[in-house]
Ligand binder design. Structure first.
Ligand SMILES: Cc1cc2nc3c(=O)[nH]c(=O)nc-3n(C[C@H](O)[C@H](O)[C@H](O)COP(=O)(O)O)c2cc1C
Length: 224
């Protein structure tokens, strides 16, 4: 009898548990990005007005994330799956690439090229809550570059960790700018996280949102 009620309880609870936890999202193979590097550099610019009605295709999002921090030299012996599109101080890869959108909040896993539901934020769309500035939330996706300073090797002094993390995040930011230019999408690198935003992502004192990049289609009319 007891096991019957145990099973009944489990079957009642499981749909609730599944409902609360968004599923892992697989991403398609990154697009080829065929614009020449010279043209991408010329086209790169900051966009601050987005068309809220135009979503990103999954191919576009996957390509932006791969350009940000995707693996280019897979190595099964490497603790993080291999080396990446962006250089990283001490090869420590301290920057996590997170995205928040109407689908929820996810961590990009370079190793598997998938989006993993964020442990704390889960199904929450944090576009209106993380940035200080209102217009960022018009973009369909916010990419957040989150540093985990604990990942630097022990010999790196505490005061240098912050400096390195900004450089690590900036090179990723430029990759996102160039990929967005090649895909004819808009973006801008901002240091716009609210001071309290880390709490929404469950960050500890050695983790911080270094930059936020909204990504979407530019609203050409609003930009005039
Ligand atoms: C480290 C850094 C921080 C920035 N922070 C912001 C920001 O908080 N808000 C913003 O709108 N733009 C920000 N920008 C974008 C610059 O304002 C922009 O790159 C500059 O105006 C030149 O314009 P362009 O990117 O179109 O060439 C930042 C750029 C960098 C490199």
């Amino acid at each position: 009898m007891r096991s019957y009620f145990g099973l009944l309880l489990l079957s009642l609870l499981s749909p609730i548990a599944d409902e609360a936890k968004p599923a892992q999202v697989s991403l398609p193979k990154p697009l080829a990005l065929e614009m020449s590097l010279g043209d991408a550099l010329r086209a790169r610019s900051s966009t601050r007005a987005f068309d809220p009605a135009r979503k990103l295709a999954r191919e576009e999002l996957g390509t932006i994330l791969w350009a940000a921090s995707g693996i280019t030299r897979p190595d099964p012996a490497h603790p993080q799956g291999g080396k990446r599109t962006a250089p990283a101080a001490f090869e420590a890869y301290v920057i996590d690439v997170l995205v928040t959108s109407e689908e929820g909040t996810f961590l990009y896993s370079p190793k598997d090229h998938v989006l993993v539901p964020h442990a704390t934020a889960g199904k929450k769309d944090l576009r209106a809550e993380i940035p200080r500035t209102g217009w960022l939330k018009d973009a369909p996706v916010l990419v957040m570059l989150v540093a985990n300073l604990d990942r630097y090797p022990a010999q790196v002094r505490a005061e240098r960790r912050r400096d390195y993390s900004h450089a690590d995040a900036a090179v990723i930011g430029e990759n996102i700018y160039l990929a967005a230019a090649a895909l004819k999408l808009g973006t801008v690198l901002t240091a716009d996280a609210k001071p309290e935003a880390g709490g929404l992502l469950g960050l500890n004192e050695n983790q911080r949102i270094v930059f936020i990049l909204p990504v979407g289609h530019a609203n050409a009319e609003a930009a005039k």
